[in-house]
Design a protein around this ligand. Structure first.
Ligand code: GDP
Length: 337
């Protein structure tokens, strides 16, 4: 099992007007839905709260229209008081004036309930905008929101703006930034990863939340998007392989072909990727360019994913020895908090 420390998981709440993309973001991030399939998600009409839990504790609240806004906000304030971040989703392909008014009043409630809350604005669906338009939208929204806060005399609100889309990595990157701000141990994690890389011939190391593919930390060497994407694909493959050959999941009589087709069906029918529960998952793969990918599950549903050159392969025992130390350090980190 996973070691759970006494400190609670970072709590994040997501809000925004209907059709902004909240359900889609959650389905893609936490249930492995294909972005195009979100077209068929049924829209909810009542204020809803759904909760996902992985390394982070995550709640989505939708407040349709202005009806019962005050009433809903009383509930929301209770949630704000115990959460670290509020993600507000704005549909950038639509007129966003209504969203901005809604966002403004939500910010007032949020900082009232919790002055330390991070406000994270997702300027969403930017896949439909040209590069210039994206930057214009970001500039315009940032300006309007911060001006209004200044008018209210609110100068110390922690607010950030992210350009996001479920059709590329940008939603994962934005989420990773949001989560990283909420991890008090981030600097220590980065140091541990740096030390691990230096002593094990590892070029790049990430600590990922397996369920959401949010990266919780990485070493200080430069990061590029293709590397990140290779790592997230590798997590998917490893989890799929692990589920395919997991014991106790298939009837004993199932042939290998049955198991194969069943596994595919399980995944696509409910869209849920099961996070490995039993034995920790792990795998190693060699890419055609000689790069070695190495994955080991650590604690709390987190996985270490490393890129190494093939020259490191003869020393793999040393690498694994060092990784054991890294795992111990993680366990201690979350035990002492
Ligand atoms: P919610 O009401 O805020 O939960 O919004 P939904 O998740 O139901 O999304 C409304 C619509 O926006 C759906 O048709 C989605 O397919 C679409 N959508 C969500 N995210 C994106 C995105 O990043 N880009 C584009 N182009 N469409 C998106």
């Amino acid at each position: 099992g996973h070691t759970v420390g006494p400190n609670p998981s970072p709590r994040i709440v997501m809000m925004g007007l209907r059709r902004g993309g909240k359900s889609s973001i959650c389905q893609v991030m936490f249930h492995n839905m294909q972005p195009l399939d979100t077209l068929y998600i049924e829209s909810t009409t009542a204020p809803t709260t759904s909760v996902f839990s992985s390394f982070i504790d995550f709640a989505v609240m939708e407040l349709p229209g202005q009806i019962n806004f005050t009433e809903a906000m009383i509930d929301a304030e209770r949630i704000f008081s115990t959460c670290g971040a509020l993600i507000y989703v704005i549909d950038s392909q639509d007129e966003y004036i209504n969203s901005l008014a809604n966002l403004h009043s939500i910010i007032l409630h949020a900082v009232n309930a919790n002055p330390n809350i991070n406000i994270e604005v997702f300027i969403h669906k930017v896949d439909g905008l040209s590069e210039d338009f994206r930057l214009d939208a970001q500039r315009d929204i940032t300006q309007r929101v911060t001006d209004e806060l200044l008018d209210d005399g609110l100068v110390n609100v922690s607010i950030s703006f992210h350009l996001t889309s479920i059709f590329d990595h940008s939603i994962y990157e934005a989420f990773s930034r949001v989560v990283q701000k909420l991890i008090p141990q981030l600097a220590t994690l980065e140091n541990l990863l740096n030390v691990l890389c230096q002593h094990s011939g590892i070029d790049k190391a990430f600590l990922f939340d397996i369920g959401s593919k949010i990266f919780v930390a990485t070493d200080s060497s430069p990061m590029d998007i293709p590397t990140y994407e290779i790592c997230t694909d590798f997590i998917d493959i490893t989890v799929d392989m692990n589920n395919l050959y997991a014991v106790d999941r298939r009837p004993k009589t199932a042939t290998r072909t049955d198991a194969n087709t069943n596994a595919g069906r399980t995944d696509s029918s409910n869209g849920v990727k099961s996070i490995p529960q039993g034995r920790p998952i792990g795998s190693t793969s060699r890419l055609s360019n000689g790069v070695i990918l190495y994955l080991q599950q650590m604690v709390k549903g987190l996985a270490l994913v490393c890129l190494m050159r093939k020259e490191s392969m003869p020393k793999i025992a040393l690498v694994e020895y060092n990784i054991e130390f890294f795992r111990d350090a993680l366990e201690q980190l979350w035990l002492i908090g």
